[in-house]
Write a new protein. Structure first.
Length: 245
């Protein structure tokens, strides 16, 4: 696992966007694994900019997202389908038919079957990841075991609290999500995880400095991925005492 320390969060986002853009430039029909949330929201404008400047073509690209809240319809402003449309897909020349965010409403079991089938269709060339304050990736929450395949996850109190910033109150935050499993994430050819801010310090310390795979910090599994890059800014690196070699 490679750790890159940038000057600031904006540079981290630029770098992650460049890594994704380079994959698409080298392989125009690349399959991208995408994430949502505050971190991803700051990365996508750099991909949109590359497209607007004529440096990136999404016409053959396909995407699959990590997760979706249970109970939120695609047109709900906090659903991850809505997030993806508004932060990326509506602003680039991607064919929406080639984008996939698992459904959060209707028959959850059926949605899961559809999600698993979709994941199995084609390998992901690069998977973008954020990290939860509790170390989750996708919505794989800390626990005594981690699930390999796409599944229904009960969200932890800390995740509900952290994500309540996007809702009017904590009560409105869905309590469950459908997420790719750890095995699905690890099957991507490349992983790029971006983290910033003091609230992520504990999880990132375990990921970057720890020497163990720790189910109470699910992000640590990416240590054993053959092509994983973790991008953190100088402030976070200093906070956790990470010194680049
Ligand atoms: C989102 C996802 C989550 C987030 C994580 C960090 O699709 O899978 O793992 O990446 O919760 O969220 P932010 O960036 O909002 O701190």
């Amino acid at each position: 696992m490679q750790v890159i320390v940038t000057e600031n969060f904006t540079e981290s986002c630029k770098l992650a966007a460049k890594m994704i853009a380079d994959v698409v430039r080298n392989k125009p029909d690349a399959r991208l694994g995408l994430a949502t949330g505050g971190t991803a929201e700051a990365i996508y404008p750099f991909l949109v900019k590359e497209y607007q400047e004529g440096k990136l073509d999404f016409s053959k690209v396909s995407t699959v997202n990590l997760d979706e809240y249970v109970g939120l319809a695609p047109d709900h402003p906090q659903s991850y389908r809505y997030f993806m449309d508004h932060n990326l897909f509506n602003h680039v020349n991607i064919d929406k038919k080639n984008t996939y965010v698992v459904g959060g409403t209707g028959d959850v079991e059926k949605n899961l079957v559809d999600f698993r089938r979709k994941i199995a269709e084609k390998p992901i060339d690069i998977q973008l990841l954020g990290i939860g304050e509790n170390g989750h990736i996708g919505f794989n929450e800390p626990g005594s075991t981690l699930k390999l395949n796409a599944h229904l996850e009960n969200l932890n109190e800390s995740t509900i609290k952290a994500n309540s910033r996007f809702f009017n109150s904590m009560d409105e935050v869905p309590k469950q999500a459908i997420t790719m499993g750890i095995g699905d994430i690890m099957s991507a050819k490349r992983l790029v995880l971006v983290a910033t801010g003091p609230k992520k310090a504990n999880a990132v310390r375990g990921l970057v400095l720890g020497d163990e795979l720790d189910c109470s910090n699910p992000s640590t599994v990416i240590k054993v991925h053959p092509d994983a890059t973790v991008i953190i800014d100088r402030e976070l690196a200093d906070m956790i005492g990470y010194k680049a070699e």
